[in-house]
Design a protein around this ligand. Sequence first.
Ligand code: NDP
Length: 237
Amino acid sequence: MSGFEGRSVLVLGGSRGIGAAIVRRFASDGAKVLFTYLSSPDDAEVLAAETGSEALRADSGDRDALIALIGSLGPLDVLVVNSGILGAGDPLDIPPDEIDRLFRINIHAPYHAAVAAARTMPDGGRIIFIGSANADRMPMAGLAAYSASKSALQGMTRGLARDFGARGITVNVVQPGPTDTDMNPAEGPLKDVMHGFMAIKRHAKGSEIAGLVAYLAGPEAGIITGAAYNIDGGFAA
Ligand code: NDP
């Protein structure tokens, strides 16, 4: 079953990894899919050609450009904010500008994108943030800013769910655990450490995360809002 025919979907950060899996899922379900990218134009072009979607270059760290872009697209039925960066390292060494940019991409962009989309989103629309299981459990050093940014999405989700609920617009955050992407390769050096925190000791596939996103965007999920969903092999359990 498809189910998204005629629906307009925007995925912020769709050129690679989890975002690309979400683009593929909505495109195969019949949606008209737009996605943004920044540093990977070749991946974006290949994905757009493969899926019949449209790639738009837009930096999630540029607030005003992002708001203007979303305002120019016309009503969106579904907004997925997936773009995010990791910024790992000793907090005593990371330059403050790098932390500010992480917060702009991981916190400010979801907020402003959601508000911009909600201005024209029809009743019953869907806003979905890609957070992280690190919002609930941070068992490693060097990721304080990243985990703070993902915890911020939980409060944002609860608040915006209240703001837009009267229009039937739902707002939820999907929180993956280790997922096989460039950011966190399944065969990377921290594989065994991460699997040690999990009940099901493997990285997720992007398609598994995309499946939960599609469910939350679909007709059976109209009563789910203000919620955070871990999809993490028990990482945060
Ligand atoms: P990747 O680094 O593999 O891909 C990131 C994607 O986001 C790319 O498409 C990239 O586009 C885009 N992106 C990054 N910064 C920007 C920006 N400033 N403007 C526009 N697009 C941008 O990451 P993942 O697929 O692994 O992660 C996706 C999301 O899932 C992130 O929010 C991440 O925090 C979250 N997550 C990932 C986990 C994992 O284990 N992989 C676990 C938990 C959460 P481009 O290359 O074109 O710049």
